[in-house]
Design a protein around this ligand. Structure first.
Ligand SMILES: O=P(O)(O)OC[C@H]1O[C@](O)(COP(=O)(O)O)[C@@H](O)[C@@H]1O
Ligand SMILES: [Mn+2]
Length: 329
């Protein structure tokens, strides 16, 4: 396992592999884009999964899915433990969500993404598919500015103080769910701006890192796999994150045991979720704050193309690359 101080050249995450990861998210996004606005979440997800699975095969790596579409008996492809890549080369763990925002895609809403994170073996938390309490801020804050041990108000006040503004000036992104009624009420009592999103908290967390969104913080409960993916992104671009797994019943607690998680109340910070060197790659499926969606265009010469926008970033170097693709139909 590499430490964060090692230079990129020492990492098994070969430079070529960094760029190759974009092909994988592009393939998933293009496949899902056929189903944008078609009202069929399952078909959109299946198309993304199949395309992502195929794109992995060409990569020179010995990859293992550690966060995927589910356990072997519940997912036909990209299940946890599945080997991906050519089976030769560096041993790499992969966390993926071929279509993050299945409902968004079905309804042609904003911010659906094809995403993955890759890290050296053992560096990504093998999170069970349960919920996770999350809180995040973008770069430029001390690590302890946010904490799941503090109240909503205490967190907002700390971020406001560090930013040099009033709590009412803080803008917080929250998934629009009944379970978040208390969080939203507390934020409103402070006078905060609350950006309610229908789905897609990977994009919601990453929005805190982009000044153009004006979003300062992310709060609330979403999928634990999405928490690991978002943490990998923040490792690359900066920011702070706390996550705590939420177990709602005995079955979910049993899953934790199976995953070797002993302390059910543990608060995970960025490096607990994604350590060492890691890569985060995403391609927009629908238009969003982070990325453009897949577009089908007719060029003046009559040819038809699809355009994609992707981002790929790497923790050890901090390099962020934006990649626009033009794909002949
Ligand atoms: O819809 P729920 O059960 O509140 O779950 C929230 C999770 O679902 C999503 O909104 C969408 O995820 P999928 O499209 O991958 O199912 C995630 O971004 C979020 O973490
Ligand atoms: Mn998802």
């Amino acid at each position: 396992m590499n430490s964060d101080t090692q230079s990129p050249s020492e990492s098994v995450l070969d430079r070529v592999l960094v760029l190759e990861m974009v092909r994988v998210t592009e393939a998933a996004a293009i496949a899902a884009s056929d189903l944008i606005g078609r009202g069929d979440e399952k078909a959109a997800d299946a198309a993304a999964v199949e395309a992502m699975r195929g794109a992995f095969d060409t990569l020179y790596m010995d990859g293992t899915v550690v966060i995927g579409e589910g356990e072997r008996d519940e997912a036909p492809m990209l299940y946890i433990g599945e080997k991906v890549g050519m089976g030769k080369g560096p041993k790499i763990d992969i966390a993926l969500d071929p279509l993050e925002g299945t409902t968004i895609t079905a309804k042609a809403g904003p911010n659906a993404l094809a995403v993955l994170a890759a890290a050296e073996e053992g560096c990504l938390l093998n999170a069970p598919d349960v919920y996770m309490d999350k809180i995040a801020v973008g770069p430029g804050y001390p690590e302890d500015v946010i904490s799941l041990e503090k109240s909503v108000s205490e967190n907002v006040e700390a971020v406001a103080k560090a930013k040099g503004v009033e709590p009412k000036d803080i803008i917080v992104c929250v998934l629009d769910r009944p379970r978040h009624a208390d969080i939203i009420a507390e934020l409103r009592s402070l006078g905060c701006g609350v950006v309610l999103i229908g789905d897609g908290d990977v994009a919601g967390v990453i929005a805190t890192t982009d000044q153009d969104t004006t979003i300062d913080m992310y709060m609330g409960q979403g999928g634990a796999p999405e928490g690991v993916l978002a943490a990998a992104a923040l490792r690359c671009v900066g920011g702070q994150f706390n996550g705590r797994l939420v177990f709602r019943n005995a079955d979910e607690r049993a899953r934790a045991a199976k995953w070797g998680i002993e302390d059910l109340d543990r608060i995970y910070k960025l490096h607990d979720l994604a350590s060492g060197d890691c890569i985060f790659a995403a391609t927009g499926v629908t238009e969003g704050s982070l990325l453009d969606g897949v577009k089908r265009l007719r060029r003046p010469d009559g040819s038809r193309v699809m355009t994609t926008e992707s981002v790929v970033m790497r923790a050890s170097s901090g390099t962020v690359r934006w990649i626009r693709g033009e794909h002949r139909i």
